[in-house]
Write a protein that binds this ligand. Sequence first.
Ligand SMILES: [Zn+2]
Ligand SMILES: [Zn+2]
Length: 460
Amino acid sequence: MKLSSHGAAQEVTGSCHLLEVGNEKILIDCGMFQGGSVLEARNHEEFGFSPSSVNKLFLTHAHLDHCGRIPLLVKRGFSGQIVTTKPTADIIRYILLDSAHLMREDYIRQSRRSRRRGEVTPKPLYDEQDVFEALDLITAVVNEDDPLEFGDIKATFRRAGHILGSSFIEFEIKEDGTTHRVTFGGDLGNTGRDVMPDYNQPNPCDIVYCESTYGDRQHRNIEESEKEFSEAVVASLKRGGNVIIPSFALERSQDVLYELKEMYQKRLLPKGTGVFLNSPLAINITRIYQRYPEGLGPEVKAALERKDDPFSFPGVEYTQTEQESRDLNSLAGGNVFIAGSGMCNGGRVLHHLKHNLWREEASVVLVGYQAKDSLGRLLVERRKTVRIYGDDIFVKANVHTIGGFSAHADQKTLLDWLDHTGGAEVRLVHGESNGLRGLKQALESKGRTATIVEDGVTYS
Ligand SMILES: [Zn+2]
Ligand SMILES: [Zn+2]
C-alpha cells in the first residue's frame, strides 16, 4: 500500500490524495488551489501522477478545494469511475459549471488587459463541455454507512457534518494477509450547528488523514454568534437601513436563511422586512438542501418533513434574473440581501455594497472568512473608502464580523473525533503551518503519533 498527497499538504486548498494498492489507484478528492494568483497558477501544473493510470476517484464533498480540478483530470486522461454520495453528486453539477463560467469570465477580462501589455493569459482550466464529460463519470452513488466492495478493498462513506453530502471515507484494505484500515477525514464539521447534523464517530483504524484548518484554534460559541448576528441585523433594520450579508452559495447561505427564519419566528424582524437571496447558485443549492432532509440537522429535517420550508418565510424572495437583481438597487432600506461572493471579490454583492456602503444606517454582516486583500477584509479593517467598479465609495455603513458560523471543526472538535480512531497514526493535511503544528502538538501531548504530510512524498 502506498499513499501520497498532491495538494492540501502544508496548505489548505487543492485536496488530492492517492492510495495505491496492487493494481488499484484510487484518488481521494481532486481539488482546486485557491487564494491568490501564485497558488492559483498551480492549478495549471501537472498532477504529480498520471491521470490515465487512476481507476477510481472518491469524492468527500462538493467544495471547490476538493472537486475543482476533476474536469481537468478528465481532460488529461482520467476515465475511471467517480464515487460519491447522492447530494454531493447533485451539488457538484452546479459548483463545477459555475467554476467553468467564472474562469471563462476571468479569462475574457484578463486577456483584454494582458493584450495591452503584450502578455498572454493562460486559457481556463476547463470549459462547460469538460464539466459534462466529468459528470458522466459519476457512475457510483453511495449511501452513508453502506460499504462498497471491490477486490480486496472495502470503502465506506460516513457522515462528516461539514456541508450537505460531506463524508469521511473509511477504507479496509487486504494485502498480503494483513488488513490495513485507512480513513480519509475530508473536511469535518463544527458540532452543534442547526442546518448540519454532527459528524459520525469514526471507527478505530491504522492511519487517519485529518484536516487542520483550525487545528490551533477554538471557535466562538455558536449561541453567542447567533445572538450577535441577530442583534446586528435587527439594529440596522430598525434604523431603516439595508443589511448586506456577503455569503458563500454552498452551506453558509442556507445557514443564514435558517437563522433569519428563526428570527422571523421569534418576531425579531421588523414587519415588512424583505429578505432577498440574490444568487442563482445559492438558490439552486438551497433547492438541493430541501430535497435531502435526512442529510440535515434534526430541527431542519423535522421542518422539511412537516412541509415547513426551513429556508423560506413570508418576505423571502429568491432573486433569479439579472434584471430582478438590478431592481434591488433602488431599495433604500428595510431589507436583507444575501449575495455572493462570500469575500466580496465579485458577484452580485458588489452592487449591494456600492449602493449601501455610503449609507450610515446600513450594515454589512460578514459571516465567513475574509482572506487577505479581499474587499471583505478591507471592510473588516475599517477602510474609510473602498473601490468598487472604478468608483471610490465612502464606508459609512456598520461592519459586523460574526465569528462562530464556521463549517469546520475547531481543535477540540477535531481531537474529539480523532479520539475514536484508537491509536491510529494521524497524518495532518489541509492546514496552514499554525493549524498543522497546533494540532500535532495537541495530539503528541495526548501520546498520539502525528505526521505533517509533505507534498508528493510517498508514505506506506
Ligand atoms: Zn469543505
Ligand atoms: Zn476543504
